[in-house]
Design a protein around this ligand. Structure first.
Ligand code: ATP
Ligand code: MG
Length: 613
């Protein structure tokens, strides 16, 4: 392809909102242009790289037996109402009505669409397991689209969905997807950190995210210095820590005692008042949990018995409580991890209770909740509290606290669990090593969904015994635009992009010093030879100064540059100069051998990226 016949509008300037390297470089190299906030057009150069990422993803999906199909991007609203996500998706989901006043959704994801199709076709266990995927447009009305295609409103996702007759089969596909994802990212030249992720009510090892390290990452990763543990902070656990040593068993803890704490509400005020540290407090927060699946029928409840009013029995005998309040007790210096709390309670959602609810449920002003004598609510106790035996807590009355509170002696929880937010310095739950934090960006996500959609959308099949069964499900997504931008984040320098061969828009750029006469003839022949050898080549035939062409070659990041000039051609045999993008060294090679040599180099580079994990 000749440069003058393509459309690669490179720029020296960067738009003011382009604050990260990939955004700047995709603009400057003429890969993308902005149509509106969060809406980007791929120009021909950008699309070439995009298609390569797409092809790698497709090959790896096909290799594990996933089957590609193509549903529509505009989806009927009915299926979202069936699954319950018409309401749950909120404003991030773009909706539209047609002339008949029917509801539609612009696909932000596609669990419903795939499940609706499979539901109509699935009849026998012989059809399982089944994995389907698409590589297709998604739209999410992100509150803050930013960083170019990293977080756009419209983007392309590879989303796969699988259906299974049992958990073992789901796990097999889940593991195969995990391996395929590792291969995809390696082939793209990306260094990813797979982390354990929150899997909501599913629990266990049902979810993994593939992260790239990034200063602008929206996710906090918790990693063990010994390399054996990596988790999203939403999921991360830690070894119980006994920073506050319980008094030795032999020591006599004084009996619990009520103390006056006038005008003291916050933990900081209390610390100042009692001249002590937050680590000696038990903080008690009142939470509201929605759609709780945990069997709470034995729990104390302020709203009526058993457990909670509005108890609803659904198919499969799962009790779903639309709204439950509970108290959460944890050490004063720690924070509640709401994702972990929701997972422990098997709740759809948890949030701090409103002040009015706190007052009603604790029978005290806000700021004086405590677990001792709190009989109206189930108390969820974090592990950190189970090690405390001489603590201070609120006393369920204005300006009153307890001191010398011992867990087990003065109160116990309705349930104990790990619900704190883990932070740097905590200890690894596997080996006790030091944990540290990194910021990360999510490129992909694999997830065991269980029966969430097959239950709500009533999918069934007949098993070996002719009995009707519900299949279990998995879903697996990769953002292609974000993956492409992340490749640039990982592979660039001051001059521009430094593409890995696998996703480079072209393998080779030929730069004639001046495109006429013998140089032109040599360049044309070389380009033809490259094309014959299967090497993708761009010939910079523009009437520009060599400096301009070199800058653009660096900016667009094409892996090999071949410079053809009169001087080299005058030698015997004729020579051209070869340079690998990202390296300083240039080398002269024979014109006649250049195509053969670069064919080898391109193949080597691709093989290296494609090699063993
Ligand atoms: P995030 O937390 O970054 O918003 P998500 O958890 O909403 O992502 P998923 O629903 O798991 O994302 O979607 C799968 C993949 O789609 C993500 O891993 C990411 O690569 C990509 N993706 C999601 N939202 C966007 C977006 N606004 N722009 C570009 N890619 C996106
Ligand atoms: Mg996700």
């Amino acid at each position: 392809m000749n440069y003058s016949s393509t459309f690669i509008p490179t720029l020296r300037e960067v738009p003011a909102d382009a604050v990260i390297a990939s955004h700047r470089l995709m603009f400057r190299s003429g890969m993308i242009r902005k149509l509106a906030n969060g809406l980007f057009a791929y120009l021909p150069l950008g699309l070439r790289s995009f298609r390569k990422v797409e092809q790698i993803v497709r090959e790896e999906m096909d290799a594990i037996g996933a089957l590609e199909m193509k549903p529509t991007v505009v989806l009927p609203g009915e299926i979202w109402k069936e699954s319950g996500r018409w309401d749950a998706m909120g404003e991030g989901m773009l909706r539209a009505k047609n002339r008949l006043d029917n509801d539609f959704v612009i696909s932000p994801t596609a669990e419903e669409a795939f499940t609706a199709i499979v539901r109509d076709e699935l009849s026998s266990y012989r059809q399982l397991p089944l994995t389907l995927y698409q590589i297709n447009t998604k739209f999410r009305d992100e509150i803050r689209p930013r960083y170019g295609v990293m977080r756009g409103r419209e983007f392309v996702m590879k989303d796969a969905y699988s259906w299974h007759g049992n958990d073992e089969s789901l796990d097999e596909t889940y593991q195969a997807m995990g391996r395929a994802y590792r291969r995809i990212f390696k082939r793209c030249g990306l260094t990813v950190i797979p982390v354990k992720a929150d899997s909501g009510a599913m629990g266990g090892s049902g979810s993994e995210e593939f992260m790239v390290e990034s200063d602008i990452g929206d996710n906090t990763l918790i990693l063990c210095a010994n390399g054996d543990y990596a988790a999203n902070v939403e999921k991360a656990g830690c070894a119980p820590d006994y920073e506050v040593q319980p008094s030795p068993e032999s020591a006599v803890i004084p009996p619990i005692e009520k103390i006056d704490t006038p005008d003291v509400k916050t933990i900081d005020e209390l610390c100042a008042f009692l001249k002590t540290k937050p680590q000696t407090f038990i903080k008690t927060l009142i939470y509201r949990a929605a759609n709780v699946e945990l069997d709470l029928s034995a729990a104390p409840c302020a709203q009526g018995e058993p457990g909670c009013k509005n108890l609803e029995r659904k198919k499969g005998d799962t009790a779903v409580y639309p709204e439950v309040f509970c108290a959460v007790a944890l050490r004063g210096d720690l924070d509640v991890n709401e994702a972990k709390l929701a997972a422990l309670l098997k709740a759809g959602e948890v949030s701090l209770a409103a002040d009015a609810d706190v007052i009603r449920l604790t029978n005290a002003p806000v700021g004086f909740a405590g677990p001792v004598g709190l009989n109206s609510l189930p108390v969820i106790v974090d592990h950190s509290v189970t090690a405390m035996n001489d603590a201070v807590t609120g006393a369920l009355a204005k300006d009153l606290h307890y001191r010398h509170v011992a867990y087990g002696r003065d109160f116990s929880g309705w349930m104990t669990g790990d619900i704190r937010t883990v932070k740097a310095g905590d200890r690894c739950p596997l080996c006790g090593g030091g944990l540290y934090e990194k910021k990360g960006n999510e490129l992909g996500h694999i997830f065991k969904l269980g029966y969430k959609y097959t239950r709500s959308m009533k999918v069934s099949y007949l098993d070996e015994n002719g009995k009707s069964q519900m299949p279990t499900m998995g879903c697996y997504g990769i953002g292609l635009d974000r993956a492409l931008a992340s490749v640039i984040e990982e592979h660039h320098d001051e001059a521009g992009i430094v593409w890995p061969a696998s996703v480079a828009p072209y393998h080779v750029i030929i730069v004639p010093i001046k495109y006429d006469g013998a140089v032109k003839a040599a360049c044309d022949r070389l380009a033809a030879d490259f094309e014959k050898a299967g090497i993708e080549v761009l010939l910079d035939d523009r009437d520009e100064r060599p400096g301009v062409k070199f800058n653009d070659a660096d900016l667009t990041g094409i892996p090999w540059r071949v410079v053809v000039g009169d001087k080299g051609l005058a030698q015997s045999p004729a020579q051209v100069e070869i340079k690998r993008r990202g390296e300083q060294e240039t080398r002269m090679v024979e014109l006649d051998k250049a195509a053969q040599e670069l064919e080898l180099k391109v193949k080597e580079a691709l093989a290296e990226l494609d090699g063993e994990l």
